[in-house]
Design a protein around this ligand. Structure first.
Ligand code: T1G
Length: 666
């Protein structure tokens, strides 16, 4: 298998990598580069070497699919040392992305030339790893301590133009003339000679490392990799190069052997897998989506519209009442201006997006839309009425989508004569921020409608996951399996703070009761203060609706910081007394067993019913929709780490019916 070839252009040897789709450093690529280098170094007529890639990108890193498998081909570090210590100048010619092991390869090249659109970075921290082939020792020698620490610990790439200013790139090539420009540059360097990166001094302020820890403490809570990355960069400031490499190796192997990186690598592939629809051809023709309609200018309708406007897709937003329409449009503008204030958009871009928005009080303004997304009040009769009208108004072939978060999409579709064109597109609030999109496939949803909804989700920057029609689809269905036992545990003696702490210590952004207070305790409340049938009724009867009025399960200050509430605890106590349940001490382990294990169990039920395509999709839903910590890989991946046997034993001990497939796995 040859994924690396060489070309001789007078006295220059070009080593050309071609390993689609992203020129990952598979063993045969490492072998090919080594062979190419040996050829170039041994041939006296060759005065300089260019390393370049075919296809859409330079090397995008080590081949992640090889991790954990028996090693094949040459050791990566040996290949890198050969390039770095070469007696002839070696130029790295970069286009697309130079990431991870790809940037490490470029950094052992003595010089780097890149097209302006290229991106360079070390994203390993996003895989729970660090640049383990000298990246943490060579990068600070090229760009300085602060920039290296930032790039390694945050994992964000830099544009070639910025890399030029940082010294990471030595020259920019013409966007379409990289091959030629690299040859010209290499020829100029023959007289200059090689420049080994390891010999460069480490410069800059080591205090930058501590500053990064301080600034990112909240974001990095629970993560190992960012700190390991910074420890390696810090080591580069005080250890000789070879000792720094050894330090890096030790830290790398620790991370590679840990569950966090296994979880984050699982998520790397899970996110890409989620985009695939089993049984549908990859190249199924999609329906055009060049004009979108949104019904409802409330929080969800506004957020949904912003996603499309930000991608240059015109939106017609419809409301019933002028006042609501004006408020909705004003909120969209305010949100964009807030983002512009943070430098995300220019004022011109904000005006450009707002110009693509057409407010209307008339549903028939949506007649020519390719996709219409309904985001009105969660009531089946209202939904049916709206879809009945859309059925008469919208052009043939238009996709009719509902943003319902739990109602039956098949029932909504049945309100039209074209159920094949109806699909659920369940966005998460705030819809312009949250990355998850549950695309709900109805019984009659046409394959191209499903595929178009999924592709549209990707186009507007969402991670789209196929869900089947059932109560709460994937995410909310599993959420209810956490909320219900959490309430029961309150009755048996636990407190909201204890239960929430178990979840935040686990890595969730908030626990069941903090989440309820955020959502609002009065959502769906029967509004009869005399009717106390649950703790929530008791809290609502006492006027405790959650964060929105400063009191719920917790009391909230003006900054919405919650503290345990004596009144809420008294209401819980009073309700427990009426339920005659004995109060007892409840361990944190029991809370995990009764609030997290049932979610895993429900995941197996969802798979058994075919409401999710694969277990990893469920993990994607929980990480991108509910803040499940990515270093735990999602409920299904975590369930495997916990062990099916342990989960089944605990569920049975707590009287929870166990899914057959989970029991089988145990
Ligand atoms: N290894 C193996 N497969 C990879 C891969 C990789 N590094 N990168 C991408 N793929 C597959 C991916 O699964 C998908 O497959 C296809 O390529 C297209 O990817 C020693 C330890 C480069 C920006 O973290 O960020 O180097 O789904 O859909 O949107 O220090 O891929 O089609 O079957 O994402 O155009 C560090 C990972 C590795 C970069 C392109 N590198 N890749 O985005 O396409 S660790 C990374 C990306 C390392 C060293 C360490 C993106 C991309 P399939 P895609 P894209």
């Amino acid at each position: 298998m040859s994924s690396v070839s060489t070309q001789v252009i007078d006295d220059i040897l070009v080593v050309l990598v071609n390993n689609p789709p992203v020129n990952a450093l598979s063993w045969h690529v490492r072998q090919g580069i080594q062979d190419g280098m040996e050829k170039g170094l041994a041939d006296p007529s060759i005065k300089a070497i260019v390393l370049r890639c075919e296809g859409s990108t330079f090397i995008a890193g080590a081949d992640i699919t090889e991790f954990g498998k028996p090693a094949q081909g040459p050791d990566f570090n040996a290949v890198l040392n050969m390039i770095e210590m070469a007696a002839k100048p070696v130029v790295g010619a970069i286009h697309g992305t130079a990431l991870g092991g790809g940037l490490e390869t470029a950094m052992v090249c003595h010089y780097r030339i890149a097209v302006p659109s290229a991106k360079l970075g070390v994203p390993e921290v996003k895989l729970g790893l660090l640049p383990g082939a000298g990246g943490t020792q060579r990068l600070p020698r090229i760009v300085g301590i602060e920039a290296a620490a930032t790039m390694c610990s945050l994992g964000e790439p830099v544009a070639a133009t910025k890399a030029l200013a940082m010294g990471l790139v030595d020259r920019l090539a013409g966007e379409a003339t990289l091959a030629e420009d690299a040859i010209i540059y290499a020829r100029e360097l023959i007289a200059v000679g090689p420049r080994a990166t390891r010999d460069l001094p480490v410069q800059g302020d080591v205090d930058a490392i501590e500053n990064l820890k301080t600034v990112n403490a909240r974001k990095w809570k629970g993560f190992d990799a960012p700190y390991a990355n910074l420890a390696c960069v810090e080591a580069a400031t005080r250890l000789p190069f070879e000792d720094g490499l050894k330090f890096e190796r030790t830290e790398f192997l620790k991370l590679m052997g840990g569950s966090q990186s296994a979880a984050q690598r699982h998520m790397f592939f899970a996110e890409r897998q989620a985009a695939k629809i089993d049984g549908l051809p990859k190249d199924l023709p999609l329906r055009p989506v060049n004009a979108v309609g949104v019904i409802g200018a409330g929080t969800m309708g506004g957020g949904i519209s912003m996603n499309f406007l930000a991608k240059g897709i015109p939106v017609t937003i419809v409301e019933m009442v002028q006042e609501n329409l004006d408020r909705g449009v004003a909120v969209i503008r305010k949100n964009y201006e807030a983002s512009a204030a943070k430098g995300r958009f220019t004022t011109e871009q904000v005006e450009g997006m707002m110009a693509l928005l057409t407010p209307s009080l008339r549903l028939d303004a949506l007649a020519d839309c390719d996709l219409v997304i309904e985001a009105v009040y969660e009531n089946m009769d209202v939904k049916k009425e709206v879809f009945g009208k859309l059925d008469k108004i919208c052009k043939s072939g238009a996709i009719l989508a509902s943003n319902t978060s739990y109602l039956n999409v098949d029932e909504i579709a049945a309100a039209t004569r074209r159920p094949q064109d109806v699909v659920g597109m369940h966005f998460f609030s705030p819809a312009n921020v949250m990355k998850l999109l549950e695309v709900v496939r109805g019984d009659k949803t046409a394959p191209d409608v499903l595929a178009t909804a999924m592709a549209t989700g990707k186009k507007i920057g969402k991670v789209a996951v196929v869900a089947g029609v059932c109560d709460g689809f994937i995410g909310n269905r599993m959420l209810s399996k956490r909320q219900q036992p959490a309430m029961q545990l309150l009755l048996e003696g636990a407190t909201p703070a204890q239960i929430d702490k178990v979840h935040t210590d686990f890595g969730m952004p908030m626990g069941p009761f903090q989440m309820s207070d955020l959502a609002g305790l009065d959502i769906g409340w029967h509004r009869d203060p005399a009717r106390i049938e649950s703790i929530r009724d008791g809290l609502c009867a006492a006027g405790r609706f959650g964060q929105k009025n400063g009191k719920g399960f917790y009391d909230y200050d003006e900054k919405r910081v919650g503290t345990p509430s004596a009144e809420a605890l008294a209401i819980i106590e009073e309700f427990r007394a009426t339920s005659n349940l004995p109060k007892r001490d409840i361990s944190d382990q029991e809370i995990v067993e009764r609030t997290l294990y049932p979610m895993v169990n429900e995941g197996y039920h969802i798979l058994e019913e075919g409401k999710a395509q694969r277990a990893s999709d469920i993990d994607v839903v929980w990480i991108y929709g509910y803040g499940w910590p990515i270093y735990r890989g999602g409920p299904m991946f975590w369930g495997d780490l916990e062990g099916a046997g342990k989960i089944v034993e605990a569920l049975e001990r707590h009287g929870v019916p166990v899914a057959a497939s989970l029991k089988a796995k145990a």
